[in-house]
Design a protein around this ligand. Sequence first.
Ligand code: ZN
Length: 104
Amino acid sequence: MPTRQCPYCGQPVHDSLAECPYCHETIPELRAAAPAPERPDVGRTKIRRGLLCMLLAAVIHFFAGGYSAMKLPFPIQPVVTIYLAPLLFLAGLGLSLYGFLFAP
Ligand SMILES: [Zn+2]
């Protein structure tokens, strides 16, 4: 016989009873945990990540390209400013556009 514990007095109570036979409290009905809903903000997360990538690319381009007055203590390969920072920027743009247009 499937039993469960009364939340009020702790006695084992038959599963089908709605009232505890010992303390006569109403036992709240057990409900199976609802399956986790699909995350609704998945598109917004992609947009946010894409914008963050674009911001990071702009910051990298600003400092690595020598636009700031700050002198960096180490040399930066020109491939960073020529290819990698624009690539990161475009990837971020694509990700945010994907989140904006296609993700639910
Ligand atoms: Zn009880």
